[in-house]
Ligand binder design. Structure first.
Ligand code: PMP
Length: 312
């Protein structure tokens, strides 16, 4: 997907021109993949731009960094304010926001402790991700597993984890599918390369627990709250592969994917092949909240204090 460049990037406390956000090839991150990052969305509501679950994303960024002992010296509040300052300065909404904490240029070798920790935040225009529209997407089970426990920590949204995601996605695309679902090493359903997964079976909602090597998705948590609000029974439990074929409904959740219905898995139609009632109910509530069309009862939107109308 091509990037629509914005004007500025936030770098270690100041705004710099987009094209000046460059790295040395001998930076630690380039050689060893040492970075953690976030992806969040700013929606365009009737009351103006608002970032969806900003605090939760920045908290997860800090959690990801903590796992890798990357101390930024910034607080959650400082990075929240930095994100808002950037969106205001770049005047792009709706947009995608990408904060990154990385180990920069300093020393060579796997030991990361001598390399500086740099923080960047970028934002740019972005629309739909997985496509599929209302009819849903066709997915396969990948031949690649998700990261095994105690190898790469899946609770950390680390750049290096996405080497695994790339294999899953490339395999799916080359076989003509929109996306691949990875199993964990024990053979239970884990998640997509950039999305969490939900199943509806006998009017109950299922999603794998964190112990099945999933990223603790912010949208996953959003879906669980919405399902609870709608009175849908929820089970966070290990899911055998074959339940993907028996479920009446299957969908992905993620910041980029939002709520994306899955209409077939390994060419087996899910239910009657159309998005089911639970998926549709959760999706419409999700969009109503994100787009500011219903009460933000969980305080998930952070308004962006724009000084002037934005170009959309
Ligand atoms: N799993 C992986 C591997 C991801 O990259 C993402 C996207 N961040 C998700 C799940 C969904 O997480 P979120 O809802 O926080 O975007």
């Amino acid at each position: 997907m091509p990037i629509n460049a914005s004007e500025n990037i936030w770098f270690n406390g100041k705004l710099i021109p987009w094209n000046d956000a460059k790295l040395h090839v001998m930076s630690h991150v380039v050689n060893y993949g040492s970075c953690v990052f976030e992806g969040m969305r700013c929606y365009q509501t009737e009351k103006g731009p608002a970032v969806f679950r900003l605090r939760d994303h920045i908290q997860r960024l800090m959690d990801s960094a903590k796992i890798y002992r990357m101390d930024t010296h910034y607080t959650v509040d400082e990075l929240i304010n930095a994100t808002l300052d950037l969106v205001v300065a770049n005047k792009v909404s709706p947009c995608y926001i990408r904060p990154i904490i990385l180990r920069g240029y300093g020393t060579v070798g796997v030991d990361p402790t001598g390399s500086p920790i740099d923080v960047y935040i970028a934002n740019y225009e972005w629309g739909k991700f997985l496509g599929g529209g209302d009819e849903g997407i066709d997915v396969c089970v990948s031949s690649w597993n998700r990261l095994a426990p105690n190898t790469m920590p899946t609770m950390s949204k680390a750049g290096a984890n996405y080497m695994n995601s790339q294999l899953i996605r490339m395999e799916a695309l080359s076989n003509g599918y929109s996306e691949g679902i990875a199993l964990d090493v024990t053979g239970y359903v884990s998640e997509g390369p950039g999305e969490n997964i939900f199943l509806v079976h006998k009017e109950r909602l299922y999603t794998p627990p964190l112990a099945n090597s999933v990223l603790p998705g912010i949208t996953r948590n959003t879906v669980l709250h919405i399902a609870q609000d709608l009175g849908i029974p929820i089970h966070e439990q290990a899911i055998p592969r074959e339940l993907l074929y028996l479920a009446e409904e299957v969908f992905f959740s993620g910041t980029a994917a939002e709520i994306t219905s899955i209409r077939s898995v390994d060419k087996i139609p899910v239910g009657n092949g159309n998005p089911g009632t639970v998926t549709r109910a959760i999706r419409s509530e999700f969009y109503a909240i994100a787009n500011g069309k219903t009460d933000d009862r969980h305080a998930w939107l952070t308004p962006v204090p724009m000084k002037q109308p934005v170009a959309v």
